[in-house]
Design a protein. Structure first.
Length: 188
């Protein structure tokens, strides 16, 4: 991964797209882009192959947007992140295909939504937030969680239980990925 990042940034420098002074910044930006998009693309391709692209899309959208502002657990190595992300998202597809009418999903949605609202944003050592950013991110996260919950409830009322479960699972997965950090904070 480091070699790929270095070669990409060297190519950008060679073609005068960026300054050599900004090499580390662009390596980090490319790394962040790859880490965040590769599992999503893999997941959406898998969703499409198994005939569940709409479900995959409805899981990934609230997950990506809420996690962006709410934060959560980050694996120490890129390959672990990709494997875990793809596996957890695939697990969500399994839940949708086998348990989309379950009464437990709205309960988990409620618990996750409350937990996300209370604990967000989760600060990460690679990018510390100012107090002003924390307040803004928390408000944004609460609005996004409420919007996703509203969409899920409306879909459920309209009889689209399967799609309602997908949106709910996007929120639930965000809450689940905050748990390791929350537990670590409590244990300190």
């Amino acid at each position: 991964m480091d070699r790929l990042l270095s070669e990409l940034t060297d190519w950008l420098i060679h073609n005068h797209a960026i300054s050599s002074d900004d090499k580390e910044l662009y390596e980090y930006a490319i790394y962040s882009f790859i880490i965040s998009t590769v599992p999503l693309v893999i997941f959406l391709v898998i969703s499409g192959i198994i005939g569940m692209f709409p479900e995959g899309f409805l899981i990934i959208m609230p997950f990506m947007v809420i996690r962006k502002f709410g934060g959560g657990y980050h694996a120490k190595h890129a390959y672990i992140c990709m494997i875990m992300s793809t596996g957890l998202l695939a697990g969500c597809l399994y839940v949708v295909s086998h348990f989309s009418g379950s009464r437990l999903i709205p309960l988990f949605l409620l618990v996750s939504g409350i937990s996300i609202a209370i604990n967000s944003p989760i600060d990460h050592e690679n990018k510390r937030l100012t107090e002003q950013e924390k307040m803004r991110y928390q408000r944004t996260t609460i609005v996004l969680v409420l919007a996703a919950c509203f969409v899920s409830v409306v879909m459920n009322v309209m009889g689209y239980n399967r799609y309602s479960s997908c949106v709910a699972l996007g929120v639930i997965l965000t809450g689940v990925l905050q748990l390791p950090v929350i537990i670590r904070k409590i244990m300190r």
